[in-house]
Design a protein around this ligand. Structure first.
Ligand SMILES: C[S@@+](CC[C@H](N)C(=O)[O-])C[C@H]1O[C@@H](n2cnc3c(N)ncnc32)[C@H](O)[C@@H]1O
Length: 236
């Protein structure tokens, strides 16, 4: 996991204020209702961050979240005191519970670098899914869609602070470094924080293979929330 989330947690919601979590959840909910064969309505959002999707999932599901970052979970708990949040690494967690749906969205799975860790995470998702339940995984990109480089910029202009984040990503073998540079202005100083954010590049086959090995039937791969592939499996 990127260590920067301990710094970034405070600013995460501001940086992604334009992300439309509500319509993403509406779309996912339709897909889930069309495909799910289990009876219950429990949902685990793995690598939930500050709970952007949970805010809306909880309208339809008994939703819980897990994330490796204590600081991201602190923000999530502050917003949704009635939701169960677990601090754990997605490659090796055991919550002693199963869910009807396990989601891992907005590229969180891409923080895993090796195929082995990808497969371990999907196996953990499977262990936490009831029969007839679904897993939904949304990577940042796949080997088929990743670009050799790309740039980005986001700015937050608040009374208490100013934050800009520029990035210029580079691919090195099967890793893409997003290379985020943050400039954070507070009344006392301007701080520069660099976060290389390495992301694993996996092929569509790697995801499908990981899901099959973990016991899922792969239902399909749809055009995802951010127009990337989204992988959906059902536990037979
Ligand atoms: C881009 S954020 C996405 C958060 C949330 N899903 C959303 O849509 O806003 C990535 C999240 O993945 C979490 N993360 C990264 N590696 C992880 C791991 N190995 N296990 C659990 N969480 C992880 C980070 O702490 C961060 O909260």
């Amino acid at each position: 996991m990127s260590a920067t989330y301990s710094f970034f947690a405070r600013y995460y919601d501001a940086i992604y204020s334009e992300k439309d979590y509500k319509s993403e959840v509406e779309s996912l909910h339709k897909t889930i209702q069309a495909l799910k064969r289990s009876e219950g309505n429990t949902l685990l959002d793995a690598a939930c961050g500050t709970g952007g999707h949970i805010q809306y999932f909880r309208n339809y599901y008994n939703a819980a979240g897990m994330d490796a970052s204590k600081e991201m979970l602190e923000v999530a708990r502050g917003k949704f005191g009635d939701v169960d949040f677990y601090q754990a690494n997605m490659t090796e967690f055991d919550l002693n519970r199963q869910f009807d749906v396990v989601t891992c969205l907005f590229g969180s799975i891409s923080y895993l670098i090796t195929k082995e860790s990808l497969h371990r995470a999907i196996k953990c998702f499977s262990d936490h899914t009831v029969r007839g339940g679904l897993v939904i995984i949304e990577p940042v990109f796949t080997a088929e869609t990743v670009r050799p480089s790309s740039m980005g910029i986001r700015c937050v202009d608040e009374a208490e602070y100013k934050l800009s984040r520029v990035s210029s990503s580079k691919r090195e073998g099967d890793v893409v470094y997003l290379n985020f540079h943050y400039l954070l202005a507070t009344p006392s100083e301007v701080e520069h924080i660099f976060d290389p954010s390495p992301m694993g590049v996996f092929s569509k086959h790697d995801f499908v293979d990981g899901m099959k090995s973990a016991g899922f039937e792969v239902i399909g791969e749809e055009s995802g929330l951010s127009k990337e592939a989204i992988f959906i499996g059902i536990k037979p």
